[in-house]
Design a protein around this ligand. Structure first.
Ligand SMILES: [Zn+2]
Ligand SMILES: [Zn+2]
Length: 96
């Protein structure tokens, strides 16, 4: 079973597609700040469903965001790809 990238024609195993999304499509995971908390949000381009979660408390400030930006995208892309495969397998799950 292969997974397809939501933003381009890339496809591969779940692991490969996940790594590709993290490295190639920073825009898939939005990081925002509300008060003293930082959040990340991923939005499904098919059904518009979005999922927002707070980033662990205790980490605040821009230096945190830069340093951990990739780690946050890893988590966010995992969530998004899992949603795409679970809710829209006809579009994102490819039989190899
Ligand atoms: Zn892509
Ligand atoms: Zn969806």
């Amino acid at each position: 079973m292969d997974a397809k990238c939501p933003n381009c024609e890339f496809h591969g195993s779940f692991m490969d597609t996940h790594a590709h999304m993290v490295d190639a499509h920073e825009e898939l995971v939005e990081i925002s700040r509300s008060g003293s908390k930082n959040y990340y949000r991923v939005t499904c381009g098919v059904c518009g469903e979005s999922h927002q979660s707070p980033i662990k408390p205790g980490y605040v400030g821009d230096s945190f965001l830069k340093e951990f930006n990739r780690e946050i995208r890893v988590v966010g892309c995992d969530m998004l790809l899992s949603h795409l495969l679970g809710a829209h397998p006809e579009l994102y799950m490819l039989s190899s």
